[in-house]
Design a protein around this ligand. Structure first.
Ligand code: ADP
Ligand code: MG
Length: 263
């Protein structure tokens, strides 16, 4: 691929043990995400997907190798340039703030005027379909609505790269399907780079322009990167969709030696 990169992993090894005696979680990981791309990372539970996102966000640092941001600068700490949406529907929101003020939080800490904060909050609440709920508090919302608020709040801080760690895994199947479709639309409307982590291959094929497969850990690595040649919005009833899901599952089983459906 050509073009500007949003994230580069250059021979990255990571361990949670600062002394370096523990076995690395990730080892010799190299790949890059293009600017504006919807990049999905799949891998079995415990393989290191969340750890890899921590490296992108700057919450964790590599033991060896480099993670570079969209300006080619090594990531050393969290930055407003990279926004994260977490799986938890309850932890991340500020309970004492209304939906509107949760979303206005990023613009507020960035020093925007109150009028600007409200304009930005309005824009992103519209984008996620929550405009009529702006004066509610998080405890008044369903899990799906809380995830919409989290997405709006992350986008309102205007990150260049959006990181999502299994954001819909805790939701019921019906809500998850609705939000999966919406996130693809939101990505296309914002033009930002997305790095999206999931252990659900159907979800990966529904969303990703490219899908990186992380093998089992420890010492996990990206085993393969797939390009998904389907146009958006994607149709799960399209025979090519089912074919791609089947192919990914079969490849992973063969290459990683375990059955995806059993994890
Ligand atoms: P995934 O998101 O793919 O399920 P994680 O990145 O959460 O995987 O975890 C990868 C490995 O790192 C697991 O073996 C997990 O137990 C370990 N791990 C995760 N977080 C920590 C931590 N804070 N301290 C020590 N080990 C951790
Ligand atoms: Mg995880």
């Amino acid at each position: 691929m050509t073009g500007a990169t949003a994230i580069v992993f250059d021979d990255v090894t990571m361990s949670y043990d600062a002394s370096g005696s523990a076995e690395p979680i990730l080892e010799h990981v190299s790949f890059s995400v293009q600017q504006g791309e919807f990049f999905v990372l799949v891998g079995p539970s415990g393989s290191g997907k969340s750890s890899l996102l921590k490296l992108v966000s700057g919450i964790a640092l590599p033991a060896a190798g480099r993670v570079l941001d969209d300006e080619g600068i090594a990531v050393r700490a969290p930055s407003a340039k990279r926004g994260m949406v977490f799986q938890s529907v309850d932890g991340p929101l500020f309970d004492w703030l209304t939906v509107r003020d949760n979303v206005a939080f990023g613009p507020r800490v960035a020093g925007r005027s109150r009028a600007e904060q409200l304009t930005i909050a309005q824009r992103y609440l519209d984008l996620v379909g929550l405009a009529t709920h702006e004066t509610k508090y998080p405890h008044e919302l369903s899990g799906g609505m809380k995830q919409r608020v989290q997405i709006a709040r992350t986008l309102a801080a205007d990150p260049r790269t959006v990181l999502m760690d299994e954001p819909f895994a805790a939701l019921d199947a019906q809500t998850r399907r609705v939000l999966q479709r919406e996130i693809a639309r939101i990505w296309r409307e914002t033009g930002k780079s997305f790095v999206y982590v999931t252990h659900d291959i159907r979800e990966a094929v529904l969303l990703g322009q490219r899908i990186a497969v992380l093998g089992r850990g420890p010492r996990a690595n990206v085993q393969r990167i797939y390009e998904i040649p389907l146009e958006y919005p994607r149709d799960e009833l399209d025979p090519r969709f089912a074919e791609l899901v089947k192919q990914l599952e079969a490849d992973i089983e063969r290459e990683a030696g375990f059955q995806w459906s059993s994890i």
